[in-house]
Design a protein around this ligand. Structure first.
Ligand SMILES: C[S@@+](CC[C@H](N)C(=O)[O-])C[C@H]1O[C@@H](n2cnc3c(N)ncnc32)[C@H](O)[C@@H]1O
Length: 460
């Protein structure tokens, strides 16, 4: 492809990403799937440029609006070429030639934009800090309130691309044997800093065709997400619920730690996600996972199985602010439910899922959010209304399990990109008291529970 044709592909992709409410990586996969004639080098170049523009969304928009224009995909591509790639105006005009496969010629307005931006660079002393670090309006106050004077350093780190982390499958490999298996495919990996199951890969090699991946020796999982799964500390033979299992990233890690013994029930309100997760479970050689789609967090299944499980993980739907470096477009897509709806939803999910925990069992609440209200605030509110639960310091879990060092903030796991080079994650471990007064109404319900078989869970 010519450089101009690649640029046209970038403009088309940015247009699709603006129009479609799906994540950028899904839009990109569909775009390339429908254009198999685009070779791998061109694909890499197009994807990298598109991501580079997405990572500079606010800054490019600031420049474009400052000069009186609209930040269309074409305008952002022009601004990126001039301000960041530092191409001169003549070269840019040549690329927008209107020729075969090239972008259409520039309009009068676009020519004026080129004139206004030519010779400038992306940074500008008058650019507000929130724009410079690409922080959306809705998130600035809550992130500042949570991070205080670490706001800038954390937000700057969130501008980088995320590293590629793998989790070894302890049923099939250890860190050393997985490193060797990856080396056969010229993939260089080293052990991660915190996770005893983690590997960090050099660069971003495609893994789809690599034997170690196809054979289920390794799975793609950010080190922070691995630490959340470790916080569950399941034992072989345990009964575990992953209440918001989604695509099954943490379910896989939990089930593998249990060495295929016991049972993990993967729940979610999106049945489609659970179905897709089933393929990952099979590849990993895991047979101890059942999928159970929920109609809502109050699904009758929860009541029927109350006090039955040793471990319940609530990996709650959240603002995703901790994963912005991984999905640069996500900070600009509408949140779906805003924070005002998310926080009560998380509380409801936690409250309902807590019923599943047996006395002496453990509830683990996690998010990939940086925000206090979704994390420590959520736990404080839960403890006020659930006196039968107490906080188990994460450092104690690590010491008991022999997991090594763990980054904590007080009793909680609190990971941030700048301090730990992981995605932003929060996890709290809550123990349910073993001895509890049982009210008579509950005794009746418990008797009913005993009679209910678990056969309504779908085996995957
Ligand atoms: C952070 S994601 C889970 C990611 C997953 N645990 C993993 O490691 O790949 C949150 C999940 O919560 C699910 N969810 C949303 N509302 C829910 C509800 N009311 N009850 C249960 N799950 C819900 C979403 O569908 C989403 O899959």
């Amino acid at each position: 492809m010519t450089p101009a044709a690649r640029l046209q592909a970038v403009i088309e992709l940015l247009t699709d990403i603006d129009d479609i409410t799906r994540p950028a990586d899904a839009v990109m996969s569909a775009y390339f799937r429908n254009r198999r004639y685009i070779g791998s080098k061109d694909r890499t170049n197009i994807a990298q440029t598109t991501y580079a523009i997405l990572r500079r969304h606010a800054r490019l928009g600031w420049w474009i609006e400052r000069t009186g224009h609209r930040p269309t995909p074409r305008a952002r591509t022009l601004a990126y070429a001039l301000l960041e790639e530092r191409r001169n105006a003549g070269v840019v005009l040549e690329m927008f030639s209107g020729g075969k496969f090239a972008p259409e010629r520039l309009s009068e307005k676009e020519l004026a934009l080129v004139g206004a931006l030519d010779t400038h660079t992306l940074d500008h002393p008058e650019m507000p800090e929130a724009v410079r670090v690409e922080c959306p309006d809705w998130a600035e106050a809550p992130i500042r309130a949570t991070l205080g004077d670490r706001f800038t350093v954390e937000m700057e780190k969130l501008l980088d691309a995320a590293p590629l982390d793998l989790r070894i499958n302890p049923l099939k490999a250890n860190q050393a044997s997985a490193i060797k298996a990856l080396a056969k495919a010229q993939i260089v990996a080293e052990t991660t800093q915190w996770s005893p199951f983690g590997l960090r890969v050099k660069g971003r090699p495609p893994l789809g065709g690599v034997d170690a991946f196809k054979d289920g020796l390794v799975e793609i999982q950010d080190e922070g997400s691995q630490l959340v799964a470790l916080a569950v500390a399941p034992k072989p033979g345990h009964q575990v619920v992953d209440f918001c299992a989604g695509a099954g990233g943490k379910t896989l890690a939990i089930a593998a730690m249990m060495k295929n013994k016991g049972r993990v029930v993967a729940c979610d309100v999106l049945a489609g996600r659970l179905k897709r997760a089933a393929e990952r479970f099979r590849r990993a050689g895991l047979h101890n996972i059942e999928a159970h789609p929920l109609t809502s967090e109050r699904d009758p299944w929860v009541k029927r199985h109350k006090r039955k499980f040793d471990r319940v993980l609530v990996d709650a739907p959240c603002s995703g602010t901790g994963t912005w470096r991984r999905n640069p477009d996500s900070r600009w897509r509408p949140l779906g439910p805003g924070l005002a709806e998310l926080v009560p939803l998380q509380a409801n999910i936690l409250d309902s899922a807590a019923r599943l925990v047996k006395p002496g069992g453990r509830l683990i609440y996690a998010t990939c959010s940086l925000l206090f209200d979704e994390n420590e605030g959520q736990i404080a509110a839960f403890l006020e209304t659930h006196p039968d639960f107490t906080v188990k310091p994460v450092a104690e879990v690590w010491a008991e399990e022999g997991f090594g060092a763990v980054p904590c903030e007080g009793p909680y796991l609190r990971l941030t990109p700048a301090r730990h080079d992981t995605d932003g994650f929060f996890a709290a471990v809550l123990d349910r008291k073993a001895e509890e007064p049982v009210e008579s109404a509950e005794t009746d319900e418990a008797a009913v529970d005993e009679a209910v078989e678990t056969s309504d869970a779908e085996t995957v």
